[in-house]
Ligand binder design. Structure first.
Ligand code: PEP
Length: 254
């Protein structure tokens, strides 16, 4: 399975800053990505177009939107549609990121609607799941992952199920490891990824084996190599350490 290394730039970088970092990445990866990896960048909305422009024609580099509202258009002040993202060159979307769940109170139900909507619009979806520290400490890891996955994927219409193998990626991001500097240890990551693979098999059957499962949470150049080599870890979703091209390039090459 091709490993995916994704950058979430959150609410960082103006358009010129994003264009500069994207250009550094594109230049360094001009002859292809190390190990034939797929590299994704999720810039802030205002910079999606400039990053997409820099990545045009570059094999293995793609751009995504960090968020959208699941409707074609309408009276949704402050929101952005998948059509608008498509218009500026995004082919991927993030859904269910822990900051959307916990800072903006997105419910499992909204995340399910967003997942189905984006897939129906032809987008590739990176669905993020992960437990909070108190849930892990209470022994509820599997329950939380099961609830998050089954709510997002169980109601998918039959017509979309066929698209999943090519267009769905799951990112395991323990909430307590995101932006905290606390990376989950190899045992914790493997336990969660094995649980996710089994839960996906329960929900989706054979397709589950083909779905990439990424790890995210305080990934840095120093720990990326160890993480990406673990069983069932098919790539990485990187926040803070993706903001500087050099550090993200080291992670891509890990
Ligand atoms: C993220 O935003 O998805 C993330 C994992 O952030 P960080 O790498 O900064 O923990």
């Amino acid at each position: 399975m091709q490993k995916i290394i994704a950058a979430n730039w959150k609410m960082y970088k103006t358009r010129p800053e994003a264009a500069q970092t994207a250009a550094e990445l594109a230049l360094a990866l001009a002859d292809g990505t190390p190990h034939d990896r797929l590299v994704l960048v999720f810039p802030p909305f205002m910079a999606v177009d400039v990053v997409a422009e820099v990545f045009t024609g570059k094999k293995n580099l793609a751009v995504g939107g960090q968020n959208f509202y699941p409707a074609g258009q309408g009276a949704f002040t402050g929101e952005i549609s998948t059509g608008m993202l498509n218009d500026v060159g995004a082919t991927w979307v993030l859904v269910g990121h822990s900051e959307r769940r916990h800072v903006f109170n997105e419910s499992d139900e909204l995340i399910a609607r967003k997942t189905a909507f984006a897939l129906a619009q032809g987008f590739k979806v990176m669905l993020c799941v992960g437990e909070m520290l108190h849930e892990r400490e209470a022994g509820r890891l599997r329950d939380v992952l099961s609830r998050q996955l089954s709510t997002a994927l169980d109601p998918l219409p039959e017509a979309l199920s066929g698209a999943l193998a090519e267009r769905l990626v799951v990112a395991y991001e323990p909430v307590w490891a995101i932006g905290t500097g606390k990376v989950a240890g190899p045992v914790e990551v493997q336990e969660a990824h094995a649980a996710l693979r089994a839960l996906l098999a329960d929900i989706l059957g054979e397709t589950a084996a083909e779905l990439p499962i990424l790890y995210g949470g305080s990934v840095k150049p120093a720990n990326a190599f160890g993480l990406v080599g673990l069983d069932n870890v098919d790539g990485l979703l990187v926040g803070a350490s993706s903001l500087e091209a050099q550090s993200f390039l080291q992670i891509i090459g890990s």
